[in-house]
Design a protein around this ligand. Sequence first.
Ligand code: KIV
Length: 299
Amino acid sequence: MSLISSGESCPKVPKVTTATLKQRKDQQEPITCLTAYDYASARLLDEAAIDIVLVGDSLAMTMLGHDNTLTLTVDEMLHHTRAVKRGVKQALLIADMPYGSYHVSAEEAVRNAARFIKEAGAEAVKIEGGEKRADLIHRIIDAEIPVAGHIGLTPQSVHRMGGYKVQGKSLAAIEQLMRDAVALDRAGVACLYLEGIPREVAAMITSEVATPTIGIGAGPECDGQVLVLHDILNLTFGPPAKFVRRYQDAAALIRQAAESFRSDVTSRRYPSDEESYHLAGETRMALETLLERKRAFGR
Ligand code: KIV
């Protein structure tokens, strides 16, 4: 079997790969990324031609109702990544490695990263942290696993940061962020997520590194933008962060649909005759005869 595509079954929208991301940066074409945590949303994002579908560990909060991302396990992430994989055809599928899955040893990190590829069909894994993760990221890439970096406001460091705060506000912090970005770029990351940093700093990093940057709360000069699906749909039950743009109000839509359903059922407007299955002619007549007899003879 040849592994080189004949081109005959090429889809209309070409498959997004890690190479595509680099081309996009070089051609200055913005990259789009949204999070997805299940089959249906993944499929819809893919059909909307979103470039990267990210199974973010934000699912701990958006899907599972936790206060932060720290409790999430590898098995939980794999479960969601498998579901997302079934919905994605064209987009690049990146999965977050959860807290604790790459912090103990390089061997364990590579083993866990490989599980995302082998057991869930991810095409890259994302790891939070800068300079200090460069060697580890290099090891994982060495195992043929593309890695996305993530620096700035890294939610898995919430306790060290003392909350979800914008990073890179002092000159020293900016210098560290730049060192982080350069180290990850040299380690060979497929792209670099920049979260919660001033626009000017993200712009500087973007022009300094060869790898595409994907911003969230990092201003418009990044090579791409990512948002959390639940944020853009108003499914987060709280005021949005400054950088969030709400494109739809799914909360209102779901509430409205649920209330209409309740009202229809309690007032017996649902289901209607058209929404019911019917017996076919002969069986229906036989049943009617049976019921008539029952009525007449009381049995
Ligand atoms: O977990 C997540 O959703 C993320 C994005 C916000 C980048 O890491």
